[in-house]
Design a binder for this molecule. Structure first.
Ligand SMILES: C[S@@+](CC[C@H](N)C(=O)[O-])C[C@H]1O[C@@H](n2cnc3c(N)ncnc32)[C@H](O)[C@@H]1O
Length: 252
């Protein structure tokens, strides 16, 4: 496909947000409001599967993470659970970036005994890092929230060194029709109520299933990654497709 025939860039949507800047600002405010109960709700609403999904992501990167001197960047790091999974797989130097300050405060608390973890307040669409700095760039449940997916991929690609790998773990759509129906019921009816009640922010947990519905299919994300320059691009569906893990390499 040529640049001229490509679809306009997609990104997350917030009702009434006029443009990408406004969308990003509203997303940040939503996350600020859920920080105190964020981890609890993640584990509760995913029946603890979120831990396994992040572990699987880190495992797929093990070889890269264990290379001497390897540096990894976790984008949209939130409270730092993927950072901890990367460390558990043998990463020695990791940087976590997020544009929500209270999330970084929580991440600092949880990674306090790892002096090699650096935390940076930064927008994933405008990273304050030079090109080619990182051996691995990851994002768990963060990429879907970007106001411009194409721009997010371009930034991931830019900050990776040639030969480096990007990993995107995201909520997706189950393929089996029965599971899709069950999951649809759960994510429309149960998840927003429980999330709203426990977090005290109904808006954030109404946004969550909407953002998943609005997100790219696994095939579309793979295609966007290829268009951003990643070669090869590979993805696996986890837990019946509720989650997809995409890997893409920046050609050496
Ligand atoms: C659902 S949380 C995921 C957090 C964490 N990665 C995890 O696995 O639990 C999404 C995170 O993405 C962050 N985020 C969303 N858009 C961002 C952007 N443009 N730049 C940086 N962080 C962003 C939010 O502040 C939030 O902490």
């Amino acid at each position: 496909m040529t640049a001229e025939t490509r679809q306009p860039a997609r990104g997350t949507r917030i009702p009434d947000a006029a443009d990408e800047q406004e969308t990003a600002r509203r997303v940040r405010l939503l996350f600020e409001r859920v920080v105190p109960r964020y981890d609890l709700l993640n584990h509760l609403l995913s029946f603890q599967l979120d831990r396994w999904w992040r572990k699987r992501t880190a495992q797929r990167l093990r070889e890269t993470l264990r290379r001497p001197g390897a540096l990894a960047l976790d984008l949209c790091c939130g409270t730092g659970d993927l950072l901890r999974a990367l460390l558990a797989e043998g990463a020695s130097a990791v940087v976590g970036a997020d544009f929500c300050h209270p999330m970084l405060v929580a991440a600092r608390r949880k990674t306090a005994r790892h002096p090699s973890v650096r935390l940076v307040e930064a927008d994933a669409l405008q990273l304050p890092f030079p090109a080619g700095l990182f051996d691995a760039v990851t994002s768990a449940f963060g990429f879907r929230n970007l106001a411009n997916y194409r721009c997010g991929l371009a930034e991931m690609f830019r900050v990776l060194r040639p030969g480096g790998v990007a990993a995107i773990l995201e909520l997706s759509q189950p393929r089996h029709s029965l599971l899709a129906r069950l999951y649809g019921f759960y994510s429309r009816r149960i998840l927003p109520r429980v999330g709203g009640l426990v977090s005290g922010c109904a808006e954030a947990y109404a946004y969550l299933p909407q953002s998943v519905r609005n997100f790219l299919t696994a095939e579309q994300l793979a295609s966007e990654m290829a268009q951003a320059g990643f070669r090869p691009v590979d993805f696996e569906r986890l837990t019946g497709g509720i989650v997809a893990l995409h890997l893409g390499w920046k050609p050496a």
